[in-house]
Design a binder for this molecule. Structure first.
Ligand code: GAP
Length: 433
């Protein structure tokens, strides 16, 4: 029987195998900030690429942008973030630690453990502010964006002018966002620096419900592609009082993380909230003029917003598996091949036999040229190499042994079943593809 994965299992594997490291760790780290290591970068890029191929490349009416992280105050005044992007905060009267009010149960401080007066919650703005310019007191206040979405809205007119798209159409963007979370926690789940993959899909005001339903289906299909089992994903209709300040309807897609069923991403209907406010504050028209000459209007927006780090964490949790092989416990990641950081590992059976190494090197170069994400591994014995590759989710291991020299074939081992078969080198690429 498989044991339930814990967050500690994931954090430990991520660190050990080079997926995710605590940021600035040699200086004690920075709370809510993480760095991706070599394999984490590859996994993240593969997930990003799958998202891009599913929602940008595959669509005729999708326009990507890559807007700046820094924005002037006016943008966030218009977006409502300066006034409304707040979380309720309480402070422990004993140790002065700060917490999000809804993260504290009872009157015990989660940090010092003592019964404390936590006081009335006060509203804490999560925007990260900075000053631009060299002269103290004369600089310009700017903000690190809390969502990529505002860069899409502020470029809405530019995209209209450059491409004259027919409505409906979308603008898509991947990039970093920043939130001064009161209590960052749960590894990649609640961070202060995070990456988002967002789409603002502009529709006629009468057509938003149709679009909303289409996105709902599209999101679920995408989760299947990254290997999230249907039974681990749950839709949660958010009540009006709980919705973000801009939203008229939101469905959160929640995932069974080891610390509970929590929001993985959100699908929101933002109406014309953002474009109308930018029109007001910037004094620039945000209207769309239909090509048939009918009345111009401000489009409404359906927004699927994916947190990439939460998705990476969900993928690691969903793929984490254990079993027993030859009386020993094995940990492996059942990653879909498309997002696995390494697709194939190639080994010579022994590293001190030049003829084996030469042959294995030829096999490696051949596969690398075609498949890209191929790893050479000759460290330790074969058992150790298998275990290492299993832990990073490599779907296939290819071993070149003494028979290979005679028969021009290799052993191909399947990660999940651990079954091995002999495959002719000339057929190997087709088999792996
Ligand atoms: N533009 C819409 C928006 O910003 P949100 O629900 O606040 O909506 C979207 O954030 C997604 O970003 C969330 O569903 C989650 O995946 C991710 N996210 C939000 N805050 C996060 C945090 N502190 N750490 C990691 N991911 C976060």
């Amino acid at each position: 029987m498989e044991k339930k994965v814990t967050l500690e299992d994931i954090v430990s594997l991520a660190k050990r195998r080079g997926f995710v490291y605590p940021s600035s760790e040699i200086y004690g780290g920075l709370s809510g900030v993480y760095d991706y290591g070599p394999l984490g970068v590859k996994l993240k890029h593969n997930i990003q690429n799958l998202w891009w191929n599913s929602f940008v490349s595959a669509w005729d009416d999708m326009y990507p942008t890559d807007s700046a992280i820094l924005g002037p105050e006016k943008v966030f005044e218009a977006s409502g973030h300066l006034a409304g992007f707040k979380d309720p905060m309480v402070v422990c009267s004993n140790c002065h630690s700060q917490f999000r009010a809804d993260h504290v149960e009872g009157d015990k401080c989660p940090h010092c453990g003592k019964t404390a007066t936590l006081g009335e919650p006060r509203q804490f703005n999560m925007m990260l502010q900075t000053q631009l310019g060299a002269v103290e007191g004369e600089g310009q206040t700017a903000y690190l964006r809390p969502e990529t979405a505002q860069g899409i809205f502020t470029n809405f007119k530019n995209v209209l002018d450059s491409f004259s798209p027919d409505i409906p159409f979308g603008i898509a963007q991947i990039g970093k966002s920043f939130r001064n979370e009161i209590s960052p926690r749960d590894f990649l789940f609640r961070m202060r620096e995070m990456e988002m993959m967002e789409i603002e899909y502009f529709v006629h005001p009468d057509k938003w419900e149709e679009a909303f339903e289409e996105w709902r289906v599209g999101i679920k299909t995408f989760f299947g592609k990254v290997g999230l089992p249907e039974k681990m994903v749950h839709e949660h209709e958010i009540e009006e009082a709980e919705r973000a300040h801009y939203s008229k309807r939101t469905i959160d897609f929640e995932f069974d993380y080891p610390f509970g069923q929590k929001e993985l991403m959100g699908l929101a209907y933002r109406g014309d909230y953002d474009l109308s406010n930018h029109q007001k504050v910037a004094g620039k028209s945000m209207e769309y003029q239909p090509k048939d000459g009918s009345q111009p209007f401000i489009p409404h927006v359906v927004e699927p917003s994916f947190g990439l780090d939460r998705l990476v964490l969900a993928v690691l949790v969903a793929s984490y598996a254990t079993d027993e092989q030859g009386g020993e416990k094995r940990v492996f990641l059942k990653l879909p091949a498309e997002i696995a950081p390494v697709k194939v590992a190639v080994f010579p059976l022994l590293k001190n036999k030049p003829e084996l190494v030469k042959k294995a090197r030829e096999v490696y170069e051949m596969q690398k040229k075609e498949l890209g994400a191929v790893m050479w591994d000759d460290n330790g014995n074969i058992g150790k190499r298998y275990r290492r590759q299993d832990e990073i989710g490599t779907p296939y291991c290819v071993t070149v042994d003494f028979d290979s020299l005679q028969n021009d074939d290799v052993t191909v081992r399947d990660r999940d079943s651990t079954l091995q078969e002999r495959v002719k080198i000339s057929d190997l690429l087709e088999k792996l593809q």
